[in-house]
Design a protein around this ligand. Structure first.
Ligand code: GAL
Length: 413
């Protein structure tokens, strides 16, 4: 039934000149310059195999809007064939029985032995591979304009106090210390790093992964909110609603010194022709040098019948191929979702990203990002977003934010 519906839709689309039955229709939120450049690597790979690409972009970092559009498409009986997805969202859709089984490709290509455990936990459901991991990003990075730091005599800050001193110096020089976009997912991305730095990995685990009410309501949580208030004092007046890549552009242009953002920001620097350690610096948020809060983009295939579609299988195979993993992630700013890809083609930040990920996984310092759907399901994540954003915009003081955090998480579970 589903299949004939799909065929009917495809035939209709064909007459309308929109899509062919062998096209993949891909829903994603990679709309910035750097993201689009990375996506082209995938599109080119598929077109080389004669598979067409029907683009379904839904702007909005972190994918919140994309997930809303997805829900509407599925509800109307017309899901896209492939969808960019993060962590718990993959598991939620798999739980609903909506995703195609990729076990045949995974078995033939040995995914089990090359994809890190931390990713398999999201890519597999009930022993079945249900998505193809593209990359590993991490959220606890700071991106800095090197010329601005050099001019002001600022060294890479190692601690929160050094970071605050650097922010003050930039402010005194009349520049914007932190480029930030006031959108809930961006506020939460900053909070990921601030909370990890404030409370350390045990606190992060208890509060954001275990949802322990004591940790959520702790003095450490209040301290994390107090630090967010300090960050808030060092963003410019026009931060509200700004897209993340426009914030990155402020650092690229030297209008701002720092941006706290996941390593997709590097894609923007590269797209602007900038070089790490010459034009810009990448370093872990002060106090999180040992930790990696990760998120991995994956493509889940929506089931169109009992078997995975030919074009869906080809997409999954293309994504997992070692050469694609290198070529794509070099451009995207992320690191490969396979452990057997050489770091040779990667720049200094990419090499650091790969080494940090390996070290963090080995030492128990690898944690799923709260802000990017790898610590908890969407309901909890969104509840946290609301509190973090309300606090960032001055609606709650830190004490109220802590209380709200405890109750919002309790209600969301
Ligand atoms: C993240 C995603 C990244 C990145 C970012 C901003 O959720 O994992 O690939 O593109 O959003 O759009």
């Amino acid at each position: 039934m589903l299949k004939s519906l799909k065929l009917g839709v495809a035939a209709l689309a064909l007459t309308a000149g929109v899509a062919h039955a062998e096209d993949v229709e891909v829903l994603h939120w990679w709309t910035s310059g750097g993201e689009a450049a990375a996506l082209n690597v995938l599109k080119d790979d598929l077109s080389g195999q004669g598979i067409g690409w029907q683009d379904m972009p839904v702007a909005g970092g972190g994918g919140t809007q994309a997930m809303t559009v997805l829900r509407a498409r599925v509800t109307s009986g017309n899901p896209p064939t492939a969808v960019q997805m993060l962590g718990f969202d993959i598991q939620d859709w798999a739980q609903e029985g909506a995703l195609a089984d990729l076990n045949i490709q995974a078995g033939l290509e040995g995914w089990d032995s090359v994809v890190p455990e931390a990713l398999q936990r999201f890519a597999k459901h009930d022993g079945k591979w249900v998505s193809a991991p593209v990359n590993v990003h991490s959220t606890n990075w700071v991106w800095a304009n090197k010329a601005v730091l050099d001019e002001l005599g600022i060294d890479v800050p190692q601690t929160w106090d050094e970071f605050v001193a650097a922010l003050e110096k930039v402010k005194a020089a009349g520049k914007t210390p932190i480029a930030h976009g006031g959108q809930a997912w961006q506020d939460a991305t900053v909070f990921d790093a601030v909370a990890m730095s404030t409370g350390g990995p045990e606190f992060y685990q208890k509060a954001f992964i275990d949802l322990d009410p004591d940790a959520l309501g702790s003095g450490t949580m209040k301290e994390a909110f107090d630090r967010m208030a300090v960050i808030r004092e060092h963003v410019d007046d026009n931060f509200s609603g700004r897209d993340w890549n426009l914030a990155t552009a402020m650092v690229i242009n030297g209008d701002a010194a720092f941006q706290m953002m996941g390593d997709w920001a590097k894609g923007e620097f590269l797209n602007a022709g900038k070089t790490p350690n010459e034009d810009f610096l990448c370093f872990r948020f002060p106090g999180t040098q040992e930790q990696v809060t990760f998120n991995a983009d994956q493509f889940a295939m929506f089931a169109q019948g009992p078997e995975v579609g030919k074009e869906q299988a080809a997409l999954a195979t293309a994504i997992l191929s070692p050469s694609f993993q290198s070529a794509f992630n070099v451009v995207k700013g992320s690191v490969p979702a396979r452990t057997d890809v050489s770091d040779e083609a990667f720049d200094a930040c990419g090499k650091k990203g790969m080494a940090d990920l390996k070290a963090a996984a080995a030492s128990g310092n690898l944690y799923g990002s709260m802000a990017h759907g790898h610590a908890n399901p969407a309901a909890v994540k969104n509840a946290m977003y609301d509190v973090i954003t309300a606090h960032f915009n001055g609606e709650y003081d830190s004490e109220t934010a802590v209380e709200e955090m405890v109750s919002a998480v309790e209600i969301a579970q």
